[in-house]
Design a protein. Structure first.
Length: 106
């Protein structure tokens, strides 16, 4: 019998619910986003317009809380939300740890 695995099962890092302000950078523009959850490997963000209004394939960087800037790749989108993967999570490990700790200690 085959075992069905959900996306959550496939994640390499646990996600933490957060509510942070960020900026998403596209090739020709940027927009303010809400960071909804965060892990050492990626994030779920909410954009002001439906994701179909953006060049999601061109999404390249995410600045979180005005301090941490990460190179990213778009992985999925639905409605106003998108999932992004951090391309160099090792470089951002300490910054991400501080952000997730501060957000979950709330």
């Amino acid at each position: 019998m085959a075992i069905s695995r959900t996306r959550r099962d496939l994640r390499q890092h646990p996600r933490h619910a957060v509510d942070l302000t960020g900026t998403a950078f596209f090739p020709t523009a940027s927009t303010t986003v809400r960071v909804l959850d965060l892990s050492m490997g990626g994030a779920r963000i909410a954009l002001p317009l439906p994701t179909t209004a953006y060049d999601m394939g061109g999404l390249r960087e995410l600045r979180i809380a005005g301090a941490l800037q990460l190179r990213i790749a778009w992985r999925w989108s639905r409605g106003h939300e998108a999932g992004v993967e951090f391309l160099s999570p090792g470089q951002a490990k300490s910054g991400l740890a501080r952000l997730t700790e501060a957000a979950t200690d709330g």
